[in-house]
Structures are given as C-alpha cells and as structure tokens.
Design a protein around this ligand. Sequence first.
Ligand code: GLV
Ligand code: MN
Ligand code: MN
Ligand code: MN
Length: 412
Amino acid sequence: MSATNQRIDAKRLWDSLMSMAEIGATPKGGVRRLTLTEVDRAGRQRFTEWCEALGLQVRVDAIGNMFARREGRDPSRPPVLMGSHLDSQPSGGKFDGALGVIAGLEVMRTLHDLNITTEAPIEVVNWTDEEGSRFGHSLMGSGVWSGVYSQDKAYALKDVDGVAVGEALEAIGYRGPHPARPFKADAYFELHIEQGPILEREAKQIGIVTGAQAQVWYDAVITGQDAHAGTTPPSTRKDALLAAARVIELVDATMRQRGEDGRGTVGFLQVHPNSRNVVPGEVRFSVEFRHPLEAEVEVIAGSFPAAAEAAARANGCSLQLTELFRIPAQPFDQSCVALVRDAAARLGYSAREIVSGAGHDAVYVARHVPTAMIFTPCKDGLSHNEEESILPEEAAAGCQVLFEAVLARANR
Ligand code: GLV
Ligand code: MN
Ligand code: MN
Ligand code: MN
C-alpha cells in the first residue's frame, strides 16, 4: 500500500504549537503550565475552542481527562484514540506533551478539510497531570482512567501548598461528569518527542516505539535533629541534610552499577527548617529508578530501601521510605506498532525501533487498549528543560505518521 496523498498542514500544526506555547510561556522560551492551575485551564480552554470549531464533541471525565470525538460512519465501533498531555514541568519545554495533543487536533483538522469520514470514530485525548511534578504522581489522569490509582486516592493527593487534586479540579472547572474508567477503544496512538539523544544522533526522523522501561518511585523523609550550627559538635549532630546527601550518593551509585541503561534521580528536595545557622533536622525528597529490564528495577527495589536506611542511620538519622508506585516494563501492541512502522516506511521517513526512557500515558492506556507510540527527535536530546526544541518539519513528519496510522486503523 502506498502512503495516502493526503497531507497534514505543517504550518497550521506549527502555528498551533506556538499558540499553545504562549500559555504559560517563560522568559527563557519554555513553558510553565502546571497541572490543574489557571494556566492549565487556559490551555484546556484554547484546545476546547479549537475542537469545537471543528464540530468535535468534547467530554471531560472525573479526573479532568478530555476526549474530543469525531464521529465515524459506524458510531457503534469503538473509537481510535490519539493524544498526550498539555500540562508541563515547572520549567518545561513547548513540545513535551503538547505535540501529541496538537498533532491529534491536526489529524482531525485534516480529516475535516478533506471531508473524510472514517469507519470508526476518532477521539483526541488530553490526559490530566502526566508530569507528576505538582502532586507527586506522574501519569495521574491515565492512571485513574486505567484503574492503577483509585480516584479517591488521586483526589486526596496534595501539592506543596496543601491544595488537593479534587479541589484543584473544582477550582478550574474540570471535575467532569463522565466516569474516569476505561471504555472500549480500538487503539491508542501517542506522538511524543523522544526526550533523549538517540534519533538525533542516528539522524532518524521517526522512532517506532516498541515499549517503555520499568520504573519505581519513592518519597523519602529523613529525620535528624534541629540544632544550633555554632554550638553543636560533630559527635552530637544529627544532620538530616548530610544523611540525605549520603542517600543521594547511594542513588547515583545504584544507577551506575547498571551501566548506561540505568537511571536514578533525586529531583525534589525540601530542607527543614532551611535556615543558614540551623543543623537541618528534616529533609524530604523524591527518589526514582528506571531501567529497560524490569528485573533490574526489581533488584533495585529489593535492595535499595535497606541500604538507604543504613546510610541514614550511619549519620545519626532515621529514614522513612514510601514506595509511591512501580511501573513494569510495558511492551506495546504488535499490530499498532506495525501500523507506525508501515506508515513511516510508506512515507519514506528514516526510522528505527526504540524503547521509551520516559513514562507516558500510553504505558497505562496500553493495559486496556492496543497501543503504540511515535517518537520524533529533539535538539541535543534535551527535554524537561526550557530550551527543549524541535524543527517544524520534524513535528510534521511525526504528525503525518500519526495521521496514516490512525486512518489505517479506523478504516480497517
Ligand atoms: C514524565 O515526564 C516522566 O517520564 O517522568
Ligand atoms: Mn510528556
Ligand atoms: Mn514530561
Ligand atoms: Mn513524560
């Protein structure tokens, strides 16, 4: 089968990406669109207006996930889904998440322009709180939808200011009427920037994502004792920040023992009382590990807690480590991956298979719906950074593959 001669509009796609990037734009050229804030509401609003201008029906579920539907010739057929997320890291880039949602919209716009009615309905999805940076759980909207997190548990999660997810949803008007649980869908396709260096290094236009790596995330609290910085001798100090530093070294060593495929990160840290002349009595921080091989993550999860406790104790402190979640390695659906591979080949794009290093909503959706992802390169492999950058033609190539894969699936 040759590629369709139906082409997405690359300029319109780029203009909409730039328009979305104005919402929460930072001085350094990035985006701060934290989930369930006023800024997120504004992004959702713009997305809704674009969808409604096409006559799509937008519905919102109880965790704020948005589904914009285009009817098929056979409305009783389960829809083909595509999408990603509009929330960002505190100092995020313009494309992490937004590309998959806006490209989904561009697929809808192209179908509209060409007056194409697909056999199955198609829906573009904006999942709530993919990033996890505000409430501590990444993939929250897709996690609740897929039954990994209970809705009540998600509603009760609080940000650093004590605002709960349930309240934040109410405040921005996105605690929707539809139940947040899986409905029957035929397939899910998510386009995303790679967020790593592989495609760029190998000069490939498309990553055919075969699955995503395993992860384990923790909350850590180290308790020592607040004390006077000038009067407390080394022998009696219970310095929680020093103990945290030792645990952070352990995270790094644990990662490096796994070679180049290991990942271990402490990215969030709160020091109490955070005063220059007080020995810190309490430190709260995050820990996460990832590896493409699930067995490696299991080994880490089996040994790290005791080793971290010992490191804290050796520094006169105690450690409370809570495992937040563990995500097994998730292979994607062979038939959906094949549609991505075939589309890239028909379109003449250079492509390679790749395992996702990042977590994506696709990982949880894949538990219920045949799923695949499409990656496009990003400059210097940089993401979760305001300087994250891609070229218009890279976005267009990814969107064209998405269009072809979705169309093939919806018309099969
Ligand atoms: C989400 O962005 C993740 O992979 O941590
Ligand atoms: Mn993302
Ligand atoms: Mn991200
Ligand atoms: Mn992510």
